[in-house]
Design a protein around this ligand. Structure first.
Ligand SMILES: Cc1cc2nc3c(=O)[nH]c(=O)nc-3n(C[C@H](O)[C@H](O)[C@H](O)COP(=O)(O)OP(=O)(O)OC[C@H]3O[C@@H](n4cnc5c(N)ncnc54)[C@H](O)[C@@H]3O)c2cc1C
Ligand code: SF4
Length: 344
């Protein structure tokens, strides 16, 4: 499958990148128009390209401009600051996976990063691209010919949903591995545009809609992820369901963190991916865990809560029932594993 035609832009600094985003946005009257967001989608940012390039080959995106940010050094690397740990948006998943500092202090993140795709894709794929990853659906991640023959849908070019017919909402599943880990760690993200810089908790970045799934304007660039000092030292576990263990996107994923004081949980959090249009925190899990010792019964109860939070639909090759059940099982196992890690 060939790539559509586009003009490649290669900024060397963040300043140049946001100026180009601003400029292209303003001069892109003929760019593809996103009817859902009402915005011109003239420019696409490419980082590692491991998701964007196949999507462009499938003609899911046909931007006028592609802004290649790979040559911006200030977006790369892991730095410790007074406020916590900053990870540049261009830091590769391999760098995160192999960072001794992150493994020691934010182990749930290194564990989640290690499960993304395959080693070669992790060498290219970045944390920024993982956070911004497009939502996925059997009816969407297909070639133009396939989509044309089966009928377009709300997420791209059509006005109906094959998964939930009769509805007006897209339920494509958010399917990146690191965001649930980052949610458990209370991560924040920094977003830059010509208007200035804004910093928001990661949980506010996702809309819960399968089509316009992220709060990112066309002229905005994700520049870094910030992990607070208060989350350092949490014990974490990430478990994921996929068809091919060596390479696939998650079809259900659970991240768990725990910290302990006097033999009991002082803080715990559980977050899910690939079973909703956004990565989600399991509401009520923290409260259930607080002050308790994790045993089979408590882990089972939180597994039930997680399964009720998951709303998988037929967006993937595995049935929604199986994916929801695996959320229950993985949550219980992950909690027990994290608690056993704490016991030593
Ligand atoms: C075979 C295969 C298997 C895969 N398996 C997994 C998996 O198991 N788990 C998983 O999580 N992912 C998986 N992926 C997807 C992908 O490899 C990762 O999600 C990777 O982290 C994406 O990062 P990237 O830098 O390549 O993103 P890109 O492809 O460059 O970009 C992805 C999206 O993010 C946007 N973007 C990127 N950087 C920025 C930024 N700084 N600011 C604003 N927007 C930005 C792009 O415009 C695009 O919309 C898989 C991909 C393939 C091809
Ligand atoms: S959930 Fe529905 S609208 Fe969304 S991509 Fe799938 S078929 Fe299309």
């Amino acid at each position: 499958m060939s790539l559509p035609q586009f003009k490649l832009l290669r900024p060397r600094t963040v300043e140049e990148a946001i100026s180009l985003l601003d400029d292209c946005g303003q001069h892109a009257g003929e760019g593809p128009f996103d009817s859902r967001s009402g915005q011109v989608r003239a420019t696409r940012i490419v980082a590692g390209g491991t998701d964007l390039v196949p999507s462009m080959q499938q003609k899911l995106f046909e931007p006028q401009y592609v802004l290649d940010i790979r040559h911006i050094p200030e977006l790369k690397g892991i730095r410790q600051t007074d406020g916590g740990t900053e990870i540049g948006a261009l830091t590769t998943l391999t760098q995160i996976e192999h960072s001794d500092f992150l493994r020691k202090n934010y182990s749930v993140l290194t564990e989640a990063a290690r499960t993304v795709a395959s080693p070669i894709l992790r060498n290219m794929g970045t944390i920024g691209g993982n956070i911004c990853l497009d939502t996925r659906c059997l009816w969407y991640n297909q070639s133009l010919t396939w989509r044309k023959s089966c009928g377009f849908c709300i997420k791209k070019d059509g006005d109906l949903c094959h998964v939930a017919p009769g509805g007006t909402k897209c339920w494509a599943a958010f399917s990146a591995d690191t965001p649930p880990a980052l949610l458990c760690l209370k991560a924040e993200i920094e977003i830059a545009s010509a208007k200035g810089v804004r910093r928001i908790p990661l949980r506010e970045f996702y809309t819960g809609l399968g089509d316009s799934y992220r709060n990112l304007a066309p002229d905005e660039l994700l520049t870094r992820v910030i992990l607070p000092k208060s989350s350092a030292g949490y014990r974490g576990v990430y478990r994921k369901l996929r068809i091919r263990g060596s390479i696939d996107y998650p079809l259900a994923g659970v991240a768990v963190v725990l910290s302990r004081s006097n033999g009991h949980v002082s803080h715990g959090q559980v977050a899910l991916t690939a079973v909703n249009p956004a990565p989600v925190i399991v509401k009520g899990a923290s409260e259930l865990l607080a002050g308790k010792a994790v045993d089979e019964k408590l882990a089972e109860a939180i597994g039930e809560l997680a399964a009720r939070t998951a709303k998988p639909l037929t967006t993937s090759a595995l049935t929604p029932e199986y994916r929801r059940e695996m959320i229950r099982v993985f949550t219980k196992r992950a909690l027990l594993a994290a608690a056993n890690g704490l016991a030593t």
